[in-house]
Design a protein around this ligand. Structure first.
Ligand code: F6P
Length: 360
């Protein structure tokens, strides 16, 4: 067993409901093993600028139900420079931080793996509403975000029905359509547009006309913020364009709502508290077992540690962002495994997408 005296924990990138549950679990699990915990304030910039506070079982006692992150967050460009990295390492040395658990998404894990390569052991815990980390089936925050969208969509449905309207709702997710897709299915949307699958606008409009003819008064369309259309050489968010086109083609008064950051806030769901707690405890265990440079993924409901470099590479493969040399150093079996992970994800999205037309 590795003998660490003190570890650091940070949250970085967009905050996500459940990050606090992870902070709590990490703190409690470490302290019960005789390891002190330092909270790093404001992500990697806190590490660079020595913004730290000791965490105790008492200080984290009541944060499990809180949204956001009590350690605050940041997207830190300075950390990507060698100078920023050296300052971060100096902080670790000065405050005797032996290892770091980083909670966040792909940007956070890129930072964590760099730290590992510079000699500071790290473990990554997922925390992003987008569920856009290819190597894991689930990221902490996703369930709460989906539920937030479903609850709001239900409210839009009430008023749409009263006024015989349609509502196009744009939801977060960056380049990833999971929130839109799942919330669309669960809110009975008539159509869902996501970046992963070409959207058949004509078919969606026909569907809306048909539903109107059948007497359906309230209709919802969910659009992921990652869907754009090129207009006069500019990328225009698709949701607003679709609103206009639905209204014009169907004669149904159609409203547009961008939910934006509302989707990211709120008290975490049971699923997020539970998964964050499990991942937090596992992260501490892995560090104490002497492991490093891993992220904790969920595969078919089980927690599986995955090499961070592998996770980031499979992510780029799935997003068609592989650069020359990215696959160098991986065995043919690793590359096969990456392709399999990508294929499973693609098939899963298609299967769920097909549900929309079958259920509406
Ligand atoms: O990655 C989480 C996320 O909320 C995305 O869904 C969204 O595109 C982005 O962050 C927004 O980032 P910011 O809060 O920096 O505007």
């Amino acid at each position: 067993m590795q003998k660490f005296k003190r570890i650091g924990v940070l949250t970085s990138g967009g905050d996500a409901p459940g990050m606090n549950a992870a902070i709590r679990a990490i703190t409690c699990a470490a302290i019960r093993q005789g390891v002190e915990v330092m909270g790093i304030i404001g992500g990697y910039s806190g590490l660079i600028n020595e913004k730290l506070k000791p965490l105790t079982t008492t200080s984290v006692a009541n944060i499990i139900s809180r949204g956001g992150t009590t350690l605050y967050s940041d997207r830190c460009l300075e950390f990507k420079t060698e100078e920023g990295m050296q300052k971060a390492i100096a902080t670790c040395k000065k405050y005797n931080i032996d290892a770091i658990i980083a909670i966040g998404g792909d940007g956070t894990f890129r930072g964590a793996t760099d730290l590992s390569l510079h000699g500071i052991p790290t473990i990554g815990v997922t925390g992003t509403i987008d569920n856009d980390i290819t190597a894991t089936d689930y990221t902490v925050g996703f369930d709460t975000a989906m539920n937030t969208v479903v609850n709001i969509a239900d409210q839009f449905r009430d008023t749409c029905q009263s006024h015989a309207r349609c509502n196009v709702i744009e939801v977060m997710g960056r380049d990833c359509g999971w929130i839109a897709l799942m919330a669309g299915i669960a809110s009975g949307a008539v159509a869902v547009a996501i970046p992963e699958i070409p959207f058949d606008e004509a078919k969606a409009i026909e569907k809306i006309k048909l539903e109107k003819a059948e007497g359906n008064r309230g209709m919802l369309v969910i659009v992921s913020e990652g869907v754009f259309e090129e207009v006069d050489g500019k990328k225009v968010p698709y949701g607003k364009l679709l609103r206009e086109r639905i209204e014009k083609a169907t004669g149904i008064e159609t409203k547009f709502a961008r939910l934006a950051h509302v989707v990211r806030g709120g008290s975490p769901s049971l699923r997020d508290r539970f998964t964050a707690s499990k991942m937090g405890v596992r992260a501490v265990e892995l560090l104490l077992e002497g492991k490093s440079d891993l992220i904790i993924a969920e595969e078919y409901g089980k927690l599986v540690p995955i090499d961070t470099h592998f996770a980031l590479t499979v992510d780029r493969m799935y997003k068609n962002k592989l650069k020359d040399g990215d696959l160098d150093g991986f065995s043919p079996e690793d590359i096969e495994k990456m392709k399999e992970i990508c294929d499973i994800r693609t098939a899963k999205i298609q299967r769920y997408y097909d549900l929309i037309s079958k259920t509406s």
